[in-house]
Design a protein around this ligand. Structure first.
Ligand code: NAD
Ligand code: UDP
Length: 313
């Protein structure tokens, strides 16, 4: 039977891919977004689909809808975007979670939270399992995002215990792919745009800090498997690609794939920038039969093709 699925943050990078996949599986989609970092172009091609509806709304305000499932993705994700209005970032995570959980409670809907590897902060153990409780600087410039997401996880588990809401908590590690905003300031978009334009590649710190990058198709597959999983499985569950790269390795791969003449320049490392990050994904494999399939090179090639189309070179 067709499900009615609410996707908050549906006009963003991950949300737009999710809208498409949920529609393809024969469901109705309500895409809710305030367009803070999302883009109508990401979902323009879905507007003519009778089973797709778009609502401009801010999740920090309550909304009444009838839905079967909720994917709560609304929240700016790139450091420059979430640090632009940090108070609003915390409100989006915390009040957004409360409003969406209240909606799920009223409709008896299943609800999935797009949490993040940032709940681990600058991790003292490596790689990170779900049992690791994290190391976040509560007063730093990343805290609006990290602590907002941590509080949202708390709210999800309290609504689960107190109100029996069916919850799913997904800890997403760095993800990239088409529909990323070319100017959102994240490392993959920055490096590709700089390489394509022949501009200097802006390396923060010495470039030896690491991240593990997951291609968007793999990520969305994990997200949909989690939503479809047994009600007893709440997570939190790590979803990400465990293959770890330093930022220098990433820059070199992008320079080689684009054939760019760009040079790498070094700038100060931002405050509280995590030095390493790599998910342990054994739980996702055991509970969801999920693991990523797309290698960095293949994913970067698709992403480069996308940026070549959307930016002026
Ligand atoms: P994005 O910035 O492209 O998308 C976020 C969307 O949420 C945008 O469309 C934005 O307009 C919307 N939004 C922001 N505040 C809102 C509000 N108050 N009300 C309604 N809509 C609002 O980011 P993304 O990469 O697609 O991330 C989606 C979700 O996944 C976020 O919750 C993010 O924290 C989480 N996540 C992403 C990554 C990643 O690497 N992409 C990693 C970890 C977690
Ligand atoms: N980074 C960089 N140059 C850039 C943008 C980011 O060296 O132009 C670094 C950043 O300092 C961090 C890593 O790349 O160490 C990943 O940054 P991003 O903002 O993509 O994600 P996050 O830090 O949230 O994982």
């Amino acid at each position: 039977m067709k499900k009615r699925v609410l996707i908050t943050g549906g006009a963003g990078f991950l949300g737009s891919h999710l809208c498409e996949r949920v529609l393809t599986e024969g469901n109705e989609v309500i895409c809710l977004d305030n367009f803070f970092t999302g883009n109508k172009q990401n979902i323009e091609h879905l507007l003519s689909n009778n089973y797709f509806e778009l609502i401009r709304h801010d999740v920090t305000f309550p909304i009444s809808l009838e839905v079967d499932e909720i994917y709560n993705l609304a929240c700016p994700a790139s450091p420059p975007h979430y640090q632009f209005d940090p108070v609003q970032t915390t409100k989006t995570s915390v009040m957004g979670a409360i409003n969406m959980l209240d909606l799920a409670k009223r409709c008896k809907a299943k609800i999935l939270q797009a949490s993040t590897s940032e709940v681990y902060g600058d991790p003292e153990i490596h790689p990170q399992p779900e049992s690791y409780r994290g190391s976040v600087n509560t007063t730093g410039i990343r805290a609006c995002y990290d602590e907002g997401k941590r509080c949202a996880e708390t709210l999800f588990f309290d609504y689960y215990r107190q109100h029996e809401v069916r919850i799913k908590v997904m800890r997403i590690f760095n993800t990239y792919g088409p529909n990323m905003d070319p100017y959102d300031g994240r490392v993959v978009s920055n490096f590709i745009v700089q390489a394509l334009k022949g501009e200097d590649i802006t390396m923060y710190g010495d470039g030896k800090q690491s991240r593990s990058f997951c291609y968007v198709d793999d990520l969305i597959d994990g997200m949909m498997r989690l939503m479809a999983s047994d009600d007893n499985f709440t997570g939190p569950v790590n979803i990400g690609n465990p293959r770890e790269f330093t930022m220098l390795e990433l820059a070199q791969e992008i320079i080689s794939l684009t054939g760019s003449q760009s040079r790498i320049t070094f700038q100060p490392l931002p405050q509280d920038d995590p030095l390493q990050r790599q998910p342990i994904i054994d739980l996702a494999y055991k509970e969801l039969g999920w693991k990523p399939h797309i290698e960095l090179k293949e994913g970067l090639e698709e992403t480069i093709k996308y940026f070549q189309k959307v930016i002026e070179i």
